[in-house]
Design a protein around this ligand. Structure first.
Ligand code: G6P
Length: 606
């Protein structure tokens, strides 16, 4: 977790560092800090809370200098306060560092350092590394960092500087790090958007790399100091695309970007005229007899839809696991397993480790991923990019619908290649997928938005919510509940509609809003029976129905309509009113929608 930045060049370092950190707050916002050097000394300023606190402080009293490092924190070791904020320094303040990751053997290292007389200021694991570097430092910062890191076990992207050197030394193991190459200036960051305002030339730093930046440019070495070659890539993302573009929040902007994001997911892969799907991956569609899907959070729910689609269309048995369980449960993997990671960031450590576990067992690996150049895309055999564009809002929206879109493509493609779908069935599904962006755009009409807003306002004081769905829309209920709890802090639980009677039915009373996904499907009648069970116990039913279904509307206190569509693509269409319900509930309650408390966008710790 955490976001880090570094800069060396002719500009005002404070400005560059703050600008970079503002794009990285999605990685954590428990505290922020920067260190700026002017050649003689390095000054550190850090503050608990969001970046705005630090920025206000710096505005009143700026730090002057043209090189420096910065950090935005998601607390792991040590509570979020000023002292535990990064950058961390040695006792004499000569060495300054920022760290993203976890030093696993920090207690052992700290015990040794304490014995040798070091005095610690913070409770963090990161400060330990500063002291280790101080011990090994004999005038050569690069060598000192390398020697210190040989003692360290764990995950890190580390950026270090020293008051006597106009130089920045960085290293990476597991946690992401990208270097921006400018003209006469160099940048470092955890992620590409932090640097887009300054350069499009980026080098993705790899595990085990060290980077040394100074006014002459950069060098990359391995941990033994041997030179390593890494190619710079040109990033085509528009910096504007990562900004709010006129919306109040990133989340709302990203909800509205879904038609475009889905078009991008499908682009070039749906061959409408031939009625076929073509994928830009090298996977042999017949090389496996089972699939394991591994993911966390929203991506897991996308995987839940994926399981349904893959089993139904490609007739391959699918197991689905949250990554933190998968990696430790000794999954039964063979060389006939296809392991699929689903991840917006491509950096979630549990998912990455889950894939390593699968790979070690002989599986072929495939990523359904958004972030270009992310760690997973570099390690997995294949990546089916979702092309949703940068997602900044912590609660995932467009990445979710695009992930489900990618699963649809994969399932149809496998069905087509493995012969489990007829030509006509493939052509019909290709047509349905082709209509998706337009259908999603229709769910965002002013009229529908106003309706969701009314419902959100009516129930915003509820203490709990229940979400129900069946079949391919069971995950829609789970994702709807997750969105609501993430950003409004209202407790929300999701259940398979048919399972409700085995427990949650006891919760139903006249205070409990129950959202039921009841759009057209072969299970609709059964879902409506479950709705009756809720009604009979006084529950307040909010039904999600297909346009025109006035018959079933009578079973609900409130109805949200969505455009009619093929059942297999309905989870994408139905996700939108769920996102909006959460969004408007949270905004009615005055919550910070883009930065919900305690969460982070990209979780690179276990
Ligand atoms: C965090 C985020 C979630 C996200 C999950 C998985 O918990 O808050 O929104 O779904 O990580 O992230 P990934 O980048 O792997 O999709």
């Amino acid at each position: 977790m955490c976001g880090i930045v570094g800069y060396i060049g002719p500009r005002d370092a404070q400005e560059v560092l703050l600008s970079g950190l503002s794009k990285l707050e999605y990685r954590g916002y428990d505290s922020a800090g920067i260190a700026v050097g002017d050649g003689q000394q390095i000054a550190v300023r850090k503050k608990a809370g969001k970046l705005a606190n630090l920025a206000a402080d710096l505005e009143a009293e700026p730090l002057n200098g043209s090189f420096g490092i910065g950090h935005t924190r998601w607390a792991t070791h040590g509570v979020p306060n000023d002292v535990n904020s990064h950058p961390h320094t040695t006792e004499n303040g000569d060495i300054v560092l920022v760290h993203n990751g976890i030093i696993e053997n920090y207690l052992e290292l700290k015990a040794g350092l304490l014995q040798r007389g070091h005095v610690f200021k913070s409770d963090t694991d990161s400060e330990v590394v500063a002291h280790l570097i101080e011990e090994t430092y004999q005038g050569d910062l690069e060598k000192a960092v390398r020697d210190a890191l040989h003692q360290v076990r764990g995950a890190y992207a580390l950026v270090v500087t020293h008051k006597d050197h106009r130089q920045i030394v960085a290293a990476r193991t597991v946690s992401p790090l990208v270097m921006g190459v400018g003209e006469g200036e160099m940048f470092l960051a955890s992620d590409v958007p932090a640097l887009l305002a300054y350069t499009r030339q980026m080098v993705f730093i790899q595990d085990g790399d060290m980077v040394i930046l100074d006014d002459d440019g950069y060098r990359i070495t391995d941990m033994q100091g041997q030179p390593v070659q890494r190619e710079a890539e040109t990033i085509e993302w528009d910096a504007e695309a990562a900004e709010k573009g006129g919306y109040d929040t990133y989340m709302l902007k990203e909800i509205f970007e879904q038609p475009q994001a889905l078009s991008n997911t499908l682009l070039g892969r749906l061959k409408g005229e031939e009625g076929r799907v073509e994928l830009d991956i090298s996977l042999d569609p017949t090389s496996f007899d089972r699939i394991h899907i591994v993911a966390c959070g929203t991506a897991y729910y996308a995987g839940m839809v994926g399981k349904y689609l893959l089993e139904q269309l490609a007739r391959v048995p699918v197991e689905l696991d949250v990554a933190s369980e998968y990696r430790y449960r000794q999954p039964l993997v063979t060389d006939k397993t296809l392991a699929i990671a689903v991840s917006q960031s491509g950096e979630t450590i549990d998912t990455l480790e889950g894939m390593r576990e699968a790979k070690a067992g002989g599986a072929r690996t495939l990523g359904i991923i958004n972030a270009k150049g992310s760690s997973m895309t570099r390690e997995l055999d294949d990546t089916l990019y979702i092309h949703a564009g940068p997602e900044i809002g912590v609660a995932s929206t467009k990445a979710y619908t695009s992930m489900v879109g990618a699963f649809l493509l994969l399932a149809v493609w496998l069905g087509q290649q493995r012969g489990t779908l007829s030509r006509d069935e493939v052509a019909r599904l290709v047509q349905s997928a082709h209509d998706l962006p337009q259908l999603v755009a229709e769910t965002l009409s002013d009229e529908r938005l106003a309706r969701v807003q009314e419902v959100a306002q009516k129930y915003h004081q509820a203490r709990d919510y229940l979400f129900l769905g069946r079949g391919v829309n069971n995950p829609t209920a789970y994702e709807g509940a997750l969105k609501l709890k993430e950003i409004s802090y209202i407790h929300a639980e999701a259940y398979a509609a048919g399972e409700m009677k085995h427990g949650p039915i006891a919760l139903i009373d006249e205070h409990l809003p129950v959202v039921v996904v009841a759009t057209e499907s072969r299970l609709l009648e059964k879902t409506i029976s479950n709705v009756q069970e809720v009604r009979a116990r006084g529950g307040r039913v909010i039904l999600l129905l297909s346009d025109g279904d006035t018959d079933n509307a009578q079973h609900a206190e409130d109805v949200l309509y969505v455009p009619r569509c093929d059942e297999l693509i309905s989870p994408i269409v139905n996700a939108v009113p769920m996102q909006l319900l959460a969004y408007y509930t949270a905004s009615t309650l005055g919550k910070d929608v883009d930065k919900p408390r305690n969460l982070a966008k990209s979780v690179t710790v276990e």
